[in-house]
Design a protein around this ligand. Sequence first.
Ligand SMILES: [Zn+2]
Length: 127
Amino acid sequence: MSDSSCDSISNSIMMTCFCGELTRCFTPRTPLNLVRRFYRCSKSKIENCEFWRWEDKSSENSSIEANLLMSKLEVATLKMENLRESLNAVKIERDNLKKKLENLESLNYFEVNKLRNLKAKVPKLKM
Ligand SMILES: [Zn+2]
């Protein structure tokens, strides 16, 4: 997960983490959490106390919303996969039909030639 520091510490409540340091504010870049920021320990990954908190207090509502969006996303992904499979089936059918058409065309060409040859022979037979 990639995230970036907030550019402004504007109205933020200054939170302190478990180790007593001021937390840093981050903005996640995931599509589901576009606006929501979170705070976490400002120390490096190895040293930090694993403090982590959403910026707002409506985190419960937001997580329900996020879950809803997530399941919608899953449904949409499934639909897309189904459509992709149908598309592949249609493509295979199209290729098969194309081959059949080519066979029929060459067969037709062959028959037309045969007919032409027979027609050419007819006047000679009458004589
Ligand atoms: Zn800390």
